[in-house]
Design a protein around this ligand. Structure first.
Ligand SMILES: Nc1ncnc2c1ncn2[C@@H]1O[C@H](COP(=O)(O)OP(=O)(O)OP(=O)(O)O)[C@@H](O)[C@H]1O
Ligand SMILES: [Mg+2]
Length: 287
């Protein structure tokens, strides 16, 4: 179903010492219920700005976001957020960290039910035997698992993931990608994930949304990812469209790179009183 999430003309202007900076402008996207979209773009283009606006953690300057027929206005339990680091309470156990959110959302459940819900999601992420370990005793990968369990345990309508595997080594990263897909196979939560990794985007998502470079970043291209679910990594890698789509995505990023480079040089030259190329041309090089 299209339009479960509607992002319309989303814009963000930050106040800076040099005046207002328009970072995102006219960002528009519709997502179907249960759809998995990856957001890709160069560093600093405005991906986290878009995601935190949808999360309600960052004020929206223009436009709006509707999730399940409700326009968002600030953060809420209908949207689960996972960042690169999960920000756990280090002195609390894995279970208690998940319970913190569960207790707020399932206020009518009994203590036993809430305990079971938190334990269930921790077991799905592979921490069934570490429920009572303190967060400070967990590895980075285990902490990120707690963060994912915490987000799912709140039964959100939408999941917002900002480079959730960015700090992990490649083996843990691949393991957590598969765990996440596995949970989503049971619980099809509409998901937007930011990543810098083209292969991760191809493996995980239904569509990849490429952002243009800032300032005034917006949606630059959208790629449909055709691989069947549940996804098996080896099959995805062997799919005839894998490398073709990958090349198109890389070509888009490269093109953005060239445009940015040209814009940077032009801006620099305009700021000089004499042309830099002229100065270089007239300089006598001492060797
Ligand atoms: N609070 C703020 N005030 C002013 N400018 C900001 C603020 N937050 C972000 N920016 C600027 O907005 C731009 C986009 O930042 P954002 O963090 O959204 O980029 P990003 O695409 O997520 O980058 P990365 O891939 O490196 O995480 C950057 O130029 C950044 O400097
Ligand atoms: Mg970011």
């Amino acid at each position: 179903m299209a339009g479960y999430v509607e992002i319309f003309k989303l814009g963000k202007t930050y106040d800076t010492p040099n005046g207002p900076a328009v970072i995102v402008e006219d960002f528009g996207l519709e997502m179907g219920q249960g759809e998995y979209v990856c957001l890709l773009g160069h560093s600093g283009c405005g991906k986290s700005t878009v995601l935190t606006m949808i999360a309600g953690l960052n004020d929206i300057t223009h436009g709006g976001v509707i999730v399940a027929n409700r326009e968002i206005d600030g953060p809420g339990p209908d949207r689960g957020v996972v960042f690169q680091s999960p920000c756990l309470m280090p002195w609390m156990t894995a279970l208690d960290n998940v319970l913190l959110g569960v207790n707020q959302v399932y206020q009518h459940g009994t203590a036993k039910q809430r305990h079971e819900i938190a334990g269930y999601y921790l077991s799905l992420v592979g921490l069934g035997s570490s429920l009572y370990k303190r967060a400070s005793e967990l590895s980075q990968g285990m902490q990120q698992r707690v963060g994912i369990a915490r987000a799912f345990a709140l039964k959100p309508r939408m999941l917002l993931l900002d480079e959730p595997f960015g700090m992990l080594d490649s083996l843990t990263r691949m393991e957590l990608q598969e765990i996440l897909l596995d949970i989503l196979q049971r619980d099809r939560v509409t998901t937007m994930m930011i990543t810098h990794d083209v292969d991760e985007a191809l493996f995980m998502s239904d569509r990849v949304v490429m952002m243009t470079n800032g300032p005034r970043a917006r949606v630059g291209a959208i790629f449909d990812i055709p691989f069947e679910r549940p996804r098996v990594r080896s099959e995805v890698l062997e799919h005839p469209e894998y490398y073709q789509t990958r090349e198109q995505m890389l070509a888009f990023l490269e093109d953005q790179d060239h445009q940015r480079h040209r814009a940077d040089v032009k801006k620099f030259e305009e700021a000089q009183s004499t042309s830099v190329t002229e100065a270089i041309g007239s300089a006598e090089v001492q060797v």
